[in-house]
Write a protein that binds this ligand. Structure first.
Ligand code: CP
Length: 310
């Protein structure tokens, strides 16, 4: 199978078949990560720029490792140490980088639509590593990969996205991807943190986490995006934790074994208790490992690879 698009900008824009192609290809790369020698020559001669205008730990390191595992040449750009500090605008920065003959751009930016803009002005393949509150497609792909690895399928699985849905690009990409793959998606949080009309995307809305836990196979617990919120969306962090925090006591009410996921970074003691984050229900660090394989798959497919790799 081949991936049918030039870019990966959002899961709202790609087909179920393309999502499946990425997930199947990532399976082969996941096996490569367990080999003593993890390096493949796949992207030899290709140059990838990692353009990060927002802080990142997991996504940035994961992309860089994926590129290294595939033998690409890598350039890392950080807005805080670049001529952005002297007032250079995004389009000028990327045109200058493009003039240095790059093949792929991985971009994270606080403005939704930045990857679309780059796709219009550059010849390179564009990969969205998170654009404002719009989408974070590789995070959702690695979440879906992890669910599929653990539960064997996505179709018919009930996934609850818990917390700050309004400010979460992870939530949006998960909703688009999971719905395309036939999962049932619940969203749960205070009404101030759930967008109006989100039901139109085919999700069910809950405001009581204790009604959600008995129905779910997976809880994907989202970070409270304190940096993107205006004040007054909930009374206090303590109150948020009391009503929506995922605690061991709450999980004891589950009727089946739940998979606990979190995209990171976590606010321990707010949206998730430490004894849940570190429990054997948690696959949070497996998500991170799988993220490298998923990003290797995306890079490989955008470079023209087929899903049957050697
Ligand atoms: N999940 C995620 O995007 O984490 P970072 O912000 O650390 O990249």
């Amino acid at each position: 199978m081949v991936y049918s698009s030039k870019h990966l900008i959002g899961l709202s824009e790609i087909s179920r078949e393309d999502i499946l192609t990425v997930l199947d290809t990532a399976k082969s790369f996941r096996e490569v990560l367990d080999r003593p020698i993890k390096r493949l020559p796949t992207l030899q001669g290709k140059t990838v720029v990692n353009l990060f205008y927002e802080p990142s730990t997991r996504t940035r390191i994961s992309f860089e490792l994926a590129e290294k595992r595939l033998s690409a040449d890598i350039v890392n750009f950080s807005a805080s140490t670049s001529s952005v500090k002297k007032g250079e605008i995004l389009v000028d920065t990327v045109k200058n980088i493009a003039a240095m003959k790059i093949d792929m751009v991985v971009v994270r930016h606080s403005s939704p639509g930045t990857p679309h803009l780059l796709a219009r002005v550059l010849d390179a393949n564009i990969i969205n590593a998170g654009d404002g509150g719009h989408e974070h497609p590789t995070q959702a792909l690695l979440d879906m990969f992890t669910i599929r690895e653990k539960l064997g399928k996505l179709e018919g699985i009930t996934v609850a996205l818990v917390g700050d849905i309004s400010h979460s690009r992870v939530a949006m990409s998960n909703i688009y991807g999971l719905k395309k793959m036939g999962a049932r998606v619940l969203v749960c949080g205070p009404s101030t943190l759930i967008p109006r009309y989100i039901e139109r995307l085919g999700v069910e809305v809950y405001h009581n986490i204790d009604e959600v836990i008995p129905q779910a196979d997976v809880l994907n617990i989202l970070r409270l995006q304190l940096e993107r919120q205006r004040k007054g969306l909930f009374p206090s962090l303590r109150e948020y934790h009391n009503y929506f925090g995922i605690t061991r006591e709450r999980l004891e009410k589950a009727t089946r074994r739940l998979l606990i996921m979190h995209p990171g970074p976590m606010n321990r003691g707010v949206e998730i208790s430490s004894n849940v984050a570190d429990s054997d229900h948690s696959v949070i660090l497996e998500q991170v490992t799988n993220g490298v394989a998923v990003r290797m798959a995306v890079l490989y497919l955008l470079a023209g690879g087929r899903s049957e790799i050697n």
